[in-house]
Design a protein around this ligand. Structure first.
Ligand code: MEV
Length: 426
């Protein structure tokens, strides 16, 4: 009878070694597998055991370096953690193409996070709004008292927005506490601030505060980046046209827009992971932003300039930090931040936006050029058939067979022709 079951109480109370032993017995691990589990890589056993709960081992992925990036007139090497081949090469390739016209140009990013405070059970929403606005200073002070260092460095809660939303349980008033979190990702700080103001807000509004939590739709932390991709380096006019048509497809169709944005996130998520940031926060923020206008849309847009070059632009909320969370705890995240050489969270977001744009252009170029390549092959096969002496009335038939069998060669064209003749003579 199998010993396997999942009903383990107090797994967390065991030491890491005891957990590994329990697990190996439950799923019957062999010696090689146990050895693998005991390899913590660059983590110290005591360190990895404190990062999450019920730790049994460490999981590794490759780090690749995307080259050629020039962003706001500064060169960067981009560490990317990803399991998918071709992503790093593709990013490097698009960055090389953008470099010809100066690289990427990213706008300043403000590290503003939103913390949502949900107020329910209000009898008079308008009155509650009025009281909250009258006491704004006090509310912001209570919030800022939670993090004097942040305030001293120039950050902190500086304002709030009020939104009434209509739900099946009645109207609710939502406060968006706006906090400049400087170099942090910021979820912890804004959550603490929102919790701290709750008793005062309940007293002021005579309502019940329910949720107090960061919004991952960080629309005040938008990264915007632009680049010119050289027409010739992209592969010519037809390729540029193909990319623009691919973009139009994504604009008009959410099925395509999802994959279009997935390509963007290939780059951004790989950099997010490499720097110890929260990939889920970035992904959810990006996809929510992509659908903010009602339709799920591409996060990039493209146009062609007077010389035929491709102008690409990306707009994406990027709540990335260089302090706090895993950014300093994870040895490889620390090292990757050193490779990147970014001096602030805002700079990291500027870089990430460029990586997303590069990744998107690389994917669209490969897709468009491959389509064009097939077209070229169809043409090429007709020429080969002609060179093989195939008569005009059989060229179509032979050319199709060459493409179908992926053997666009004169000798094969002759072989096919002979078979056709033999069949006819039968
Ligand atoms: C694959 O990981 C990403 C692509 O599908 C993106 C795209 O289709 O634009 C190539």
């Amino acid at each position: 009878m199998s010993k396997f079951h999942s009903d383990i109480s107090g797994f967390y109370k065991l030491s890491l070694r005891e957990r590994q032993k329990t697990l190996s017995e439950l799923v019957n691990l062999d010696d090689e597998e146990v050895k693998l589990l005991k390899n913590f890589g660059y983590f110290k056993e005591t360190q990895i055991d404190t990062l999450i709960e019920n730790v049994v081992g460490s999981y590794q992925l490759p780090i690749g370096i995307a080259c050629n990036f020039r962003i706001n007139n500064k060169d960067y090497l981009i560490p990317m953690v990803i399991e998918e081949p071709s992503v790093v090469a593709a990013a490097s390739n698009a960055a090389r193409i953008a470099r010809k016209h100066g690289g990427f140009f990213s706008e300043k990013v403000d590290s503003i996070m939103i913390s949502q405070i949900q107020i329910t059970n209000l009898t008079d929403v308008e009155q509650a709004k009025k009281i909250l606005l009258e006491n704004k200073k006090n509310i912001l002070k209570i919030a800022n008292d939670q993090d004097p260092i942040l305030v001293k460095l120039g950050g902190g809660a500086y304002d709030f927005e009020l939104r009434d939303i209509y739900t099946r349980k009645g109207v609710m008033l939502i406060i968006h506490l706006l906090v400049n979190v400087l170099d942090a990702m910021g979820a912890n700080v804004v959550n603490t601030m929102a919790e701290s103001v709750t008793p005062y807000i309940e007293e002021l509004c005579e309502g019940k505060v329910n949720l107090r939590i960061v919004s991952n739709l960080a629309i005040h932390r938008l990264a915007k980046c632009k680049a010119k991709f050289d027409k010739v380096l992209l592969g010519g006019e037809e390729v540029v046209k193909g990319i623009v048509n691919a973009y139009e497809f994504a604009l008009a169709d959410p099925y395509r827009a999802t994959t279009h944005n997935k390509g963007i996130m290939n780059g951004i998520t790989a950099l997010t992971l490499a720097t110890g940031n929260d990939t889920r926060a970035i992904e959810s923020g990006a996809h929510a932003y992509a659908s903010l206008k009602g339709n799920y849309s591409p996060l990039t847009n493209f146009e062609v300039d007077a010389e035929g070059n491709l102008i690409g632009e990306i707009k994406i909320p990027l709540a990335l930090g260089i302090i706090g969370g895993m950014t300093k705890l994870h040895p490889m995240a620390r090292l990757n931040l050193k490779i990147l050489g970014v001096k602030s969270a805002a700079e990291l977001s500027q870089v990430a936006a460029a990586v997303g744009l590069a990744q998107n252009v690389a994917a669209l170029r490969a897709l468009a050029a491959e389509g064009i390549q097939r077209g070229h092959m169809a043409l090429h096969s007709r020429n080969i058939a002609k060179l093989a002496g195939v008569p005009e009335n059989l060229i179509d038939q032979v050319a199709k067979k060459l493409v179908k069998d992926n053997k666009i060669r004169i000798d094969y064209a002759k072989e096919i022709l002979q078979k056709i003749i033999d069949k006819k003579n039968l």
